[in-house]
Design a protein around this ligand. Structure first.
Ligand SMILES: *[C@@H]1O[C@H](CO)[C@@H](O)[C@H](O)[C@H]1NC(C)=O
Ligand SMILES: *[C@@H]1O[C@H](CO)[C@@H](O)[C@H](O)[C@H]1NC(C)=O
Ligand SMILES: *[C@@H]1O[C@H](CO)[C@@H](O)[C@H](O)[C@H]1NC(C)=O
Ligand SMILES: *[C@@H]1O[C@H](CO)[C@@H](O)[C@H](O)[C@H]1NC(C)=O
Length: 345
């Protein structure tokens, strides 16, 4: 069968199962499993051709997906360590990569020196979903076993629209995750780093994520969690951290503006005492702080004490905060809520 035939027949199965699903809600869970099983799947195993595995590298499986792919294809990645740098090209949308567990399926590479082209995972395609795996940039990580100077060394660079990560980890030190462009959803993910380690102009919700600060190698100089890159008042992008947990070692600012209209909001987030009292740093926006949107709403923990915060931190009404923290901020057209392999509950 050719790929388009596989795609077409599995699309038919999907439609039929969905109809059954809507008419008999109780059986839906079962059907969702069948539905997933009906997707064309490529299997990756670190030892290569073993059992049903077709590939020994994730990139080889991605390369096998045809250009301008129109139907979801699943790439199932068995547990193990994959020493490779992965690119999902812009002309390969609808790839769902599923690992065996956040700490079980691990991709490790160690390119460094620039934010361009160093990421262990580069995702350029729209409609991409990745679940249950870790992407590490090993150049400065783990810090306790590493003497390299701290330089930009990315674990992830996300440039496509409609991209979701569930139970994934991005591990690095400086510029760990370049969340640059498009609407993104990170749920139950772990992001570790010290300097600007979540940065870019993405329009993203980070929900129930662990923000692990590893700033002790900076020897007392505070690090920065978010360096958001909103560039103009007409841009809709921003980083929303919702129900997250900030902890780790060293000291950290919550964020600083990478570009002049930077927007970062922490909502219902637990903050350990590693957050510096000022909270935010103005960086190149000194004197233009009024252009920034930096806010905390209903956060808790010793790091959330606002007594020492910069005077220009925004205070928003509940309504304003709801507008950003609601899923409609990234999902007004339902690309997440209608997706089969979402993890919304
Ligand atoms: C994957 O391997 C199985 C069995 O080893 C084979 O039947 C199938 O055609 C392979 N699929 C691809 C896309 O190579
Ligand atoms: C936003 O502003 C920039 C710069 O003035 C302009 O180039 C762009 O077209 C504007 N975009 C929208 C959607 O208004
Ligand atoms: C706040 O976050 C915690 C931890 O994720 C969650 O259990 C709780 O339901 C959230 N509270 C609200 C009001 O959303
Ligand atoms: C927000 O409220 C705090 C505490 O009342 C205040 O110090 C701060 O200046 C306010 N921020 C702005 C931008 O007015």
């Amino acid at each position: 069968m050719s790929y388009s035939q596989i795609g077409f027949s599995s699309a038919l199965v999907v439609v039929l199962l969905l109809l059954v699903c809507f008419s008999q809600e109780a059986k839906c869970v079962l059907n969702k499993k069948k539905l997933l099983a009906s997707f064309p799947t490529l299997y990756v195993h670190p030892l290569g051709l073993l059992g049903r595995a077709n590939f020994s590298s994730i990139q080889a499986a991605i390369d096998h997906v045809p250009s301008n792919n129109r139907y979801w294809i699943r790439i199932y990645v068995h547990a193990g360590i994959y020493r490779e740098k992965i690119v999902i090209p812009a002309d390969k949308p609808y790839i769902y990569i599923q690992g065996e567990g956040k700490w079980k399926t691990r991709v490790i590479w160690g390119d460094y020196g620039s934010i361009m082209n160093t990421a262990t995972l580069t995702s350029l395609a729209d409609n991409t979903v990745i679940k249950s795996m870790t992407f590490t940039n090993s150049y400065n990580y783990p810090p306790e076993r590493n003497l390299n100077p701290i330089v930009p060394a990315l674990a992830g660079m996300i440039m496509g629209d409609k991209t979701a990560f569930y139970r994934c980890a991005f591990l690095g030190m400086q510029d760990t995750l370049w969340d640059e462009q498009g609407r993104h959803y990170f749920k139950l993910c772990t992001i570790q780093g010290a300097v600007d380690f979540i940065f870019g102009s993405g329009q993203s919700i980070y929900e129930r994520c662990s923000i692990m600060v590893a700033a002790w190698p900076l020897h007392g100089v505070p690090g920065y969690i978010a360096a958001q890159g909103r560039d103009h008042p007409n841009e809709t992008n921003g980083f929303i951290f919702k129900d997250c947990n900030i902890f780790g070692t060293g000291k950290t600012y919550l964020g600083r503006p990478w570009r002049p209209y930077s927007r970062v909001i922490f909502y219902n987030t637990s903050m350990a005492d590693i957050v510096v009292p000022e909270g935010w740093n103005a960086w190149n926006s000194k004197g233009k702080e009024h252009q920034l949107t930096f806010a905390e709403h209903e956060c808790r923990g010793p790091g959330a004490n606002k007594a020492g915060r910069v005077k220009w931190e925004n205070n928003f009404s509940v309504g304003m905060v709801q507008k950003w923290t609601d899923m409609t901020y990234i999902d007004s057209d339902g690309w997440i809520s209608n997706q089969l392999f979402n993890m919304l509950d």
